[in-house]
Design a protein around this ligand. Structure first.
Ligand SMILES: *Cc1c(COP(=O)(O)O)cnc(C)c1O
Length: 364
Protein backbone atom coordinates (compact mmCIF):
# COMPACT_ATOMS: atom_id res chain seq x y z
CA UNK A 1 0.00 0.00 0.00
CA UNK A 2 1.43 3.36 -1.03
CA UNK A 3 -0.72 5.53 1.10
CA UNK A 4 -3.02 5.14 4.09
CA UNK A 5 -6.36 6.04 2.59
CA UNK A 6 -9.12 6.50 5.19
CA UNK A 7 -11.18 3.44 6.05
CA UNK A 8 -14.48 4.98 4.85
CA UNK A 9 -13.11 5.84 1.41
CA UNK A 10 -14.02 3.23 -1.16
CA UNK A 11 -11.34 4.07 -3.67
CA UNK A 12 -11.55 2.49 -7.13
CA UNK A 13 -9.65 -0.81 -6.75
CA UNK A 14 -7.82 -0.18 -10.04
CA UNK A 15 -5.99 2.80 -8.62
CA UNK A 16 -5.50 1.81 -4.97
CA UNK A 17 -1.91 0.60 -5.43
CA UNK A 18 -0.82 3.30 -7.91
CA UNK A 19 1.61 6.14 -7.25
CA UNK A 20 0.96 9.50 -8.94
CA UNK A 21 3.27 10.47 -11.81
CA UNK A 22 5.91 12.52 -10.12
CA UNK A 23 8.93 14.09 -11.74
CA UNK A 24 10.00 16.37 -8.86
CA UNK A 25 9.20 20.01 -9.69
CA UNK A 26 11.79 21.60 -7.43
CA UNK A 27 13.38 24.97 -8.09
CA UNK A 28 16.86 24.85 -9.62
CA UNK A 29 18.92 27.19 -11.74
CA UNK A 30 19.46 24.52 -14.39
CA UNK A 31 16.44 22.29 -15.03
CA UNK A 32 17.23 19.34 -17.26
CA UNK A 33 14.73 16.80 -15.93
CA UNK A 34 11.58 16.68 -18.07
CA UNK A 35 12.80 16.72 -21.67
CA UNK A 36 11.31 20.05 -22.68
CA UNK A 37 12.85 22.18 -25.41
CA UNK A 38 15.00 24.65 -23.40
CA UNK A 39 14.48 27.54 -25.83
CA UNK A 40 11.46 29.80 -25.33
CA UNK A 41 9.26 30.39 -28.39
CA UNK A 42 10.73 33.17 -30.50
CA UNK A 43 9.24 36.57 -29.90
CA UNK A 44 7.46 36.94 -33.21
CA UNK A 45 5.75 33.59 -32.61
CA UNK A 46 4.81 34.64 -29.08
CA UNK A 47 3.08 37.74 -30.41
CA UNK A 48 1.27 35.77 -33.13
CA UNK A 49 -0.08 33.42 -30.47
CA UNK A 50 -1.22 36.36 -28.36
CA UNK A 51 -2.99 37.89 -31.38
CA UNK A 52 -4.67 34.60 -32.26
CA UNK A 53 -5.85 34.12 -28.68
CA UNK A 54 -7.05 37.70 -28.25
CA UNK A 55 -9.24 37.31 -31.32
CA UNK A 56 -10.99 34.36 -29.69
CA UNK A 57 -11.54 35.88 -26.26
CA UNK A 58 -14.76 37.59 -27.31
CA UNK A 59 -16.22 34.14 -28.15
CA UNK A 60 -15.41 32.47 -24.86
CA UNK A 61 -19.08 32.43 -23.86
CA UNK A 62 -19.47 29.71 -26.52
CA UNK A 63 -18.13 26.17 -26.52
CA UNK A 64 -15.12 25.54 -28.77
CA UNK A 65 -15.17 23.44 -31.95
CA UNK A 66 -15.73 20.04 -30.36
CA UNK A 67 -13.94 18.29 -33.22
CA UNK A 68 -11.06 20.79 -33.57
CA UNK A 69 -11.17 20.40 -37.35
CA UNK A 70 -8.96 23.39 -38.23
CA UNK A 71 -6.29 22.27 -35.80
CA UNK A 72 -6.43 18.64 -36.92
CA UNK A 73 -6.13 19.80 -40.53
CA UNK A 74 -3.01 21.80 -39.67
CA UNK A 75 -1.54 18.80 -37.82
CA UNK A 76 -2.22 16.59 -40.86
CA UNK A 77 -0.42 19.12 -43.07
CA UNK A 78 2.54 19.20 -40.68
CA UNK A 79 2.88 15.40 -40.78
CA UNK A 80 2.35 15.26 -44.56
CA UNK A 81 5.13 17.82 -45.01
CA UNK A 82 7.64 15.74 -43.04
CA UNK A 83 6.67 12.22 -44.06
CA UNK A 84 5.28 12.77 -47.59
CA UNK A 85 1.98 11.21 -46.57
CA UNK A 86 -1.51 12.17 -47.55
CA UNK A 87 -3.46 12.45 -44.30
CA UNK A 88 -6.46 14.66 -43.67
CA UNK A 89 -8.09 15.65 -40.39
CA UNK A 90 -10.00 12.34 -40.33
CA UNK A 91 -6.71 10.57 -39.66
CA UNK A 92 -5.79 12.82 -36.74
CA UNK A 93 -7.08 13.11 -33.20
CA UNK A 94 -5.88 15.85 -30.83
CA UNK A 95 -6.05 16.21 -27.06
CA UNK A 96 -4.54 17.89 -24.00
CA UNK A 97 -1.08 16.40 -24.32
CA UNK A 98 -0.33 12.98 -25.72
CA UNK A 99 -0.98 11.63 -22.24
CA UNK A 100 -4.68 12.28 -22.85
CA UNK A 101 -4.34 10.54 -26.23
CA UNK A 102 -2.82 7.52 -24.48
CA UNK A 103 -5.59 7.49 -21.89
CA UNK A 104 -8.29 7.66 -24.58
CA UNK A 105 -6.66 4.70 -26.34
CA UNK A 106 -6.62 2.72 -23.08
CA UNK A 107 -10.30 3.54 -22.53
CA UNK A 108 -11.39 2.71 -26.06
CA UNK A 109 -9.79 -0.65 -26.77
CA UNK A 110 -10.20 -4.05 -25.14
CA UNK A 111 -7.69 -6.48 -23.65
CA UNK A 112 -4.48 -6.33 -21.64
CA UNK A 113 -1.73 -3.86 -22.50
CA UNK A 114 1.93 -4.69 -23.09
CA UNK A 115 5.12 -2.65 -23.20
CA UNK A 116 8.90 -3.14 -23.43
CA UNK A 117 10.55 -1.78 -20.32
CA UNK A 118 12.19 0.32 -19.12
CA UNK A 119 10.02 2.75 -21.03
CA UNK A 120 7.58 5.60 -20.44
CA UNK A 121 6.10 5.16 -16.95
CA UNK A 122 2.71 6.53 -17.95
CA UNK A 123 1.96 3.55 -20.21
CA UNK A 124 1.54 1.14 -17.25
CA UNK A 125 0.04 3.83 -15.00
CA UNK A 126 -2.70 4.73 -17.50
CA UNK A 127 -3.27 1.06 -18.32
CA UNK A 128 -3.80 0.11 -14.68
CA UNK A 129 -5.93 3.16 -13.91
CA UNK A 130 -8.51 2.03 -16.46
CA UNK A 131 -8.57 -1.48 -14.97
CA UNK A 132 -6.40 -3.29 -17.48
CA UNK A 133 -3.63 -5.75 -16.80
CA UNK A 134 -0.09 -4.54 -17.65
CA UNK A 135 2.30 -7.03 -19.24
CA UNK A 136 5.93 -5.92 -18.96
CA UNK A 137 8.49 -7.38 -21.35
CA UNK A 138 12.16 -6.63 -20.63
CA UNK A 139 14.37 -4.93 -23.20
CA UNK A 140 17.70 -6.49 -24.16
CA UNK A 141 21.33 -5.51 -23.48
CA UNK A 142 21.87 -1.73 -23.38
CA UNK A 143 18.06 -1.41 -23.29
CA UNK A 144 17.72 -2.30 -26.96
CA UNK A 145 14.37 -3.40 -28.37
CA UNK A 146 14.41 -7.08 -29.40
CA UNK A 147 11.84 -7.68 -32.09
CA UNK A 148 12.00 -11.48 -31.88
CA UNK A 149 11.37 -11.41 -28.12
CA UNK A 150 8.52 -8.92 -28.65
CA UNK A 151 6.92 -11.03 -31.38
CA UNK A 152 7.00 -14.16 -29.22
CA UNK A 153 5.55 -12.28 -26.24
CA UNK A 154 2.70 -10.89 -28.33
CA UNK A 155 1.83 -14.30 -29.77
CA UNK A 156 1.93 -15.91 -26.31
CA UNK A 157 0.08 -13.23 -24.31
CA UNK A 158 -2.29 -11.95 -27.00
CA UNK A 159 -2.66 -8.43 -25.55
CA UNK A 160 -5.27 -5.96 -26.81
CA UNK A 161 -2.89 -2.97 -26.88
CA UNK A 162 0.88 -2.91 -27.40
CA UNK A 163 2.85 0.23 -26.57
CA UNK A 164 6.28 0.84 -28.05
CA UNK A 165 8.23 4.08 -27.58
CA UNK A 166 10.68 5.24 -30.22
CA UNK A 167 12.99 6.98 -29.49
CA UNK A 168 12.51 5.33 -26.12
CA UNK A 169 12.12 7.33 -22.94
CA UNK A 170 14.10 7.14 -20.62
CA UNK A 171 16.81 5.22 -22.47
CA UNK A 172 17.00 7.22 -25.74
CA UNK A 173 17.47 4.63 -28.49
CA UNK A 174 15.10 4.30 -31.44
CA UNK A 175 13.70 1.29 -33.29
CA UNK A 176 14.08 0.69 -37.02
CA UNK A 177 11.03 1.16 -39.22
CA UNK A 178 11.42 -2.48 -40.24
CA UNK A 179 11.01 -3.61 -36.63
CA UNK A 180 7.95 -1.39 -36.19
CA UNK A 181 6.44 -2.99 -39.33
CA UNK A 182 7.10 -6.45 -37.83
CA UNK A 183 5.29 -5.36 -34.67
CA UNK A 184 2.39 -3.93 -36.66
CA UNK A 185 2.05 -7.22 -38.50
CA UNK A 186 2.09 -9.48 -35.45
CA UNK A 187 -0.25 -7.21 -33.46
CA UNK A 188 -2.68 -7.19 -36.39
CA UNK A 189 -2.54 -11.00 -36.50
CA UNK A 190 -3.67 -11.24 -32.84
CA UNK A 191 -6.23 -8.42 -33.22
CA UNK A 192 -4.28 -5.91 -31.12
CA UNK A 193 -3.78 -2.17 -31.47
CA UNK A 194 -0.14 -1.09 -31.83
CA UNK A 195 0.61 2.32 -30.30
CA UNK A 196 3.93 3.80 -31.43
CA UNK A 197 4.74 6.61 -29.00
CA UNK A 198 6.82 9.08 -31.03
CA UNK A 199 7.04 11.91 -28.50
CA UNK A 200 10.67 12.52 -29.61
CA UNK A 201 10.33 11.76 -33.33
CA UNK A 202 11.62 15.15 -34.46
CA UNK A 203 15.01 14.38 -32.88
CA UNK A 204 15.35 10.93 -34.42
CA UNK A 205 17.27 9.73 -37.47
CA UNK A 206 14.64 7.02 -38.06
CA UNK A 207 11.60 7.72 -40.24
CA UNK A 208 8.22 8.02 -38.55
CA UNK A 209 5.90 5.00 -38.44
CA UNK A 210 3.13 7.14 -39.99
CA UNK A 211 4.17 5.80 -43.42
CA UNK A 212 3.03 2.33 -42.28
CA UNK A 213 -0.53 3.39 -41.44
CA UNK A 214 -1.82 2.74 -44.97
CA UNK A 215 -0.80 -0.93 -44.60
CA UNK A 216 -1.79 -1.48 -40.96
CA UNK A 217 -5.29 -0.42 -39.85
CA UNK A 218 -4.39 -1.30 -36.23
CA UNK A 219 -1.48 1.18 -36.03
CA UNK A 220 -1.64 4.41 -34.00
CA UNK A 221 1.25 6.88 -33.95
CA UNK A 222 1.17 9.19 -30.93
CA UNK A 223 2.94 12.56 -31.15
CA UNK A 224 3.16 15.71 -29.07
CA UNK A 225 3.94 19.41 -29.33
CA UNK A 226 5.49 19.26 -25.82
CA UNK A 227 9.03 18.33 -26.78
CA UNK A 228 10.53 19.50 -30.10
CA UNK A 229 7.80 22.12 -30.57
CA UNK A 230 8.69 23.93 -27.33
CA UNK A 231 5.02 23.88 -26.37
CA UNK A 232 4.83 21.76 -23.21
CA UNK A 233 2.95 24.43 -21.27
CA UNK A 234 0.16 24.63 -23.85
CA UNK A 235 -0.72 20.89 -23.62
CA UNK A 236 -1.24 19.58 -27.13
CA UNK A 237 -0.79 15.97 -28.18
CA UNK A 238 -2.19 14.13 -31.18
CA UNK A 239 -2.35 10.79 -32.91
CA UNK A 240 -2.29 9.68 -36.53
CA UNK A 241 -4.09 6.51 -37.60
CA UNK A 242 -6.69 4.91 -39.79
CA UNK A 243 -9.90 7.00 -39.64
CA UNK A 244 -11.83 4.16 -37.96
CA UNK A 245 -9.60 4.37 -34.90
CA UNK A 246 -10.11 8.15 -34.79
CA UNK A 247 -13.88 7.53 -34.77
CA UNK A 248 -13.38 5.31 -31.71
CA UNK A 249 -11.68 8.25 -29.95
CA UNK A 250 -14.89 10.27 -30.35
CA UNK A 251 -16.65 7.75 -28.09
CA UNK A 252 -14.35 8.33 -25.12
CA UNK A 253 -13.37 11.98 -25.44
CA UNK A 254 -15.03 14.43 -23.08
CA UNK A 255 -17.22 16.97 -24.90
CA UNK A 256 -15.29 20.15 -25.73
CA UNK A 257 -12.11 18.72 -24.20
CA UNK A 258 -9.77 21.06 -26.12
CA UNK A 259 -10.31 24.65 -25.09
CA UNK A 260 -10.71 27.40 -27.68
CA UNK A 261 -7.51 28.98 -26.31
CA UNK A 262 -5.52 25.76 -26.69
CA UNK A 263 -6.76 25.28 -30.25
CA UNK A 264 -5.93 28.88 -31.16
CA UNK A 265 -2.45 28.76 -29.65
CA UNK A 266 -1.57 25.43 -31.25
CA UNK A 267 -2.81 26.58 -34.66
CA UNK A 268 -0.68 29.72 -34.46
CA UNK A 269 2.37 27.67 -33.45
CA UNK A 270 1.85 25.22 -36.33
CA UNK A 271 1.42 27.99 -38.89
CA UNK A 272 4.61 29.74 -37.76
CA UNK A 273 6.92 26.85 -37.13
CA UNK A 274 9.90 27.98 -39.21
CA UNK A 275 12.20 28.55 -36.19
CA UNK A 276 11.61 25.00 -35.02
CA UNK A 277 13.85 23.06 -37.40
CA UNK A 278 16.87 25.19 -36.49
CA UNK A 279 16.36 24.57 -32.76
CA UNK A 280 15.98 20.85 -33.27
CA UNK A 281 19.25 20.75 -35.25
CA UNK A 282 20.97 22.75 -32.51
CA UNK A 283 19.69 20.35 -29.83
CA UNK A 284 20.83 17.30 -31.79
CA UNK A 285 24.32 18.80 -32.14
CA UNK A 286 24.39 19.69 -28.46
CA UNK A 287 23.33 16.13 -27.64
CA UNK A 288 26.19 14.63 -29.60
CA UNK A 289 28.64 17.04 -27.97
CA UNK A 290 27.32 16.28 -24.48
CA UNK A 291 27.70 12.55 -25.13
CA UNK A 292 31.36 13.10 -26.03
CA UNK A 293 31.91 15.11 -22.84
CA UNK A 294 30.25 12.45 -20.66
CA UNK A 295 32.49 9.81 -22.20
CA UNK A 296 35.52 12.00 -21.48
CA UNK A 297 34.45 12.03 -17.82
CA UNK A 298 34.72 8.23 -17.90
CA UNK A 299 30.97 7.62 -17.95
CA UNK A 300 29.01 5.12 -20.01
CA UNK A 301 26.32 6.60 -22.26
CA UNK A 302 23.38 4.76 -23.82
CA UNK A 303 23.12 5.77 -27.46
CA UNK A 304 20.39 8.38 -27.92
CA UNK A 305 18.20 9.53 -30.77
CA UNK A 306 16.25 11.95 -28.56
CA UNK A 307 16.81 15.24 -26.70
CA UNK A 308 18.12 13.52 -23.59
CA UNK A 309 20.76 10.95 -22.69
CA UNK A 310 20.98 8.26 -20.05
CA UNK A 311 24.35 7.52 -18.49
CA UNK A 312 25.97 5.26 -15.90
CA UNK A 313 29.44 4.35 -14.69
CA UNK A 314 29.58 6.58 -11.59
CA UNK A 315 30.62 5.13 -8.26
CA UNK A 316 27.89 6.42 -5.94
CA UNK A 317 24.21 5.48 -6.22
CA UNK A 318 22.03 7.28 -8.76
CA UNK A 319 20.11 8.89 -5.90
CA UNK A 320 23.31 10.21 -4.31
CA UNK A 321 24.68 11.66 -7.53
CA UNK A 322 21.26 13.18 -8.30
CA UNK A 323 21.28 14.89 -4.88
CA UNK A 324 24.86 16.14 -5.31
CA UNK A 325 23.73 17.80 -8.55
CA UNK A 326 20.63 19.30 -6.89
CA UNK A 327 22.97 20.71 -4.23
CA UNK A 328 24.81 22.42 -7.11
CA UNK A 329 21.54 23.84 -8.48
CA UNK A 330 21.24 21.35 -11.34
CA UNK A 331 18.11 19.20 -11.61
CA UNK A 332 18.28 16.06 -13.75
CA UNK A 333 16.20 12.87 -13.54
CA UNK A 334 16.54 9.75 -11.45
CA UNK A 335 14.35 7.45 -13.53
CA UNK A 336 14.45 4.60 -11.04
CA UNK A 337 16.91 2.40 -12.93
CA UNK A 338 19.71 1.56 -10.47
CA UNK A 339 23.05 3.06 -11.53
CA UNK A 340 21.61 5.31 -14.24
CA UNK A 341 20.58 8.95 -14.53
CA UNK A 342 18.95 10.82 -17.40
CA UNK A 343 19.75 14.38 -18.46
CA UNK A 344 17.75 16.52 -20.89
CA UNK A 345 19.71 18.51 -23.47
CA UNK A 346 19.54 22.18 -22.51
CA UNK A 347 20.90 25.40 -23.95
CA UNK A 348 24.67 25.46 -24.47
CA UNK A 349 25.06 27.41 -21.22
CA UNK A 350 22.93 24.90 -19.31
CA UNK A 351 24.86 21.94 -20.71
CA UNK A 352 28.12 23.58 -19.64
CA UNK A 353 26.76 24.25 -16.15
CA UNK A 354 25.59 20.65 -15.90
CA UNK A 355 28.97 19.28 -16.98
CA UNK A 356 30.83 21.50 -14.52
CA UNK A 357 28.52 20.48 -11.66
CA UNK A 358 28.79 16.84 -12.67
CA UNK A 359 32.58 16.91 -12.71
CA UNK A 360 32.58 18.42 -9.20
CA UNK A 361 29.99 15.94 -7.97
CA UNK A 362 31.92 12.97 -9.33
CA UNK A 363 35.08 14.13 -7.56
CA UNK A 364 33.47 15.13 -4.28
C1 LIG B 1 6.71 13.53 -22.67
C2 LIG B 1 6.16 12.25 -23.20
C3 LIG B 1 4.81 12.10 -23.54
C4 LIG B 1 3.71 13.05 -23.31
O1 LIG B 1 3.77 14.29 -23.18
P1 LIG B 1 2.55 15.28 -23.32
O2 LIG B 1 3.13 16.52 -22.76
O3 LIG B 1 1.40 14.74 -22.52
O4 LIG B 1 2.23 15.35 -24.77
C5 LIG B 1 4.38 10.93 -24.09
N1 LIG B 1 5.21 9.92 -24.30
C6 LIG B 1 6.50 9.99 -23.97
C7 LIG B 1 7.38 8.82 -24.23
C8 LIG B 1 7.02 11.14 -23.39
O5 LIG B 1 8.29 11.19 -23.02
Amino acid sequence: MNQNWPEWLSLNENIRELKPYGAPQIPAQVRLNTNENPYPLDESLQSKIVTEISERVSDLNRYPDRDAVALRTALAEYINGISRTNFSYEHIWAANGSNEILQSIALAFAGDAMGFEPSYSMHPLITKSVGKKWISIARGPEFTFQVDVATEAIKTNRPGIVFVTTPNNPTGGSISLGDVAELAKVTLSVGAILVVDEAYAEFSKENSAVTLIKDYPNLIVSRTMSKAFAFAGARLGYMISNSTLVEAMLLVRLPYHLSELTQAAALAALKNRSALQQQVEQLKQSRDLLIQELIKLGLHVISSDANFVMFSGFKVSAQELWQKLVDRDVLIRDVGIPGYLRVTIGTEAENKAFLAALQQALNS
